[in-house]
Design a binder for this molecule. Sequence first.
Ligand code: SF4
Length: 322
Amino acid sequence: MEIIEMNENNKIEYISEIARLKKKKNAIILAHYYQTGEIQDIADFTGDSLALSQKASSNDADIIVFAGVRFMAETAKILSPGKKVLLPDMDAGCSLADSCKAEDFIKFIEDNPGRTIITYVNTNTDIKVLSDIVCTSSNAVQIIESLPESEKIIFAPDRNLGNYVVNKTGRDIAVWNGSCHVHEEFSLEAILKLKEENPEAKIIVHPECVLPVRMIADFIGSTSALLQFTKNDNSKSYIVATEPGIIHQMKKANPFKSYIPAPPKDSTCGCSECSFMKLITIEKIYMCLRDEKPEILIDHDVLLKARKPIKRMMEISEKLGL
Ligand code: SF4
């Protein structure tokens, strides 16, 4: 791929070229909430992984540029096999998805027989193929509660979200031991110190965070739920324990409130930002739209198998009015 040095002038040129190419090629850009603010601002839709996949399948674009990570672009392709789905950087993986390898997961299933396999959408396609139902952090609790109480469950890959749903539902769940490097890194001590300095701030936390951080939360929810909470709640200040990209949307919705990113354990590493998400840049979006690559390609049979548990989630969610 041609490397072009970035400055403010050519960034403006890229943005106008992206707009021209989108129109010419009937393309749309979907951006996850963890992307940079400037990418969220040029996107046609922003949202969490599920909302974006639903957008991918419910519009008439021929090309989808997914400003997010690989499992999200794959989910969009699974739900919209007739569309060309492009991911501006194929190295945009996910530490959580990669913490669950198919060969190890097959062994885990064999060791825990007779259980319904529920996997978080943050998995690679080969794990979706092995699943009965996919879920997101917005609907995991409700999906599990929709099943008969006697049903035994496997939940993968996030151990923190898994423990959260075990506590919420009281169900018999075997939890896979995976995690996200961003959400595991928040420092309880640093958050408590921030709270001391900002006693009026509410602590809002993603369920992928570790238990001690969840225990001090005023509100726990998915990225979309955290955003919605700051819109409806009447506090003026929040300590936000998830990837700080979401703060861009919070500020847009309520610019006069203050949003303090929760600090990671190592204050010098910047590791509360998802390094995979941040691989996507304006110039990579431009080049991928121009060259129509890299493209997400999934074997047809694999795609059909991976589609089943996602469709099952959508059916249950629709029934529950989620
Ligand atoms: S924030 Fe965590 S779960 Fe989300 S894409 Fe990055 S590594 Fe994966």
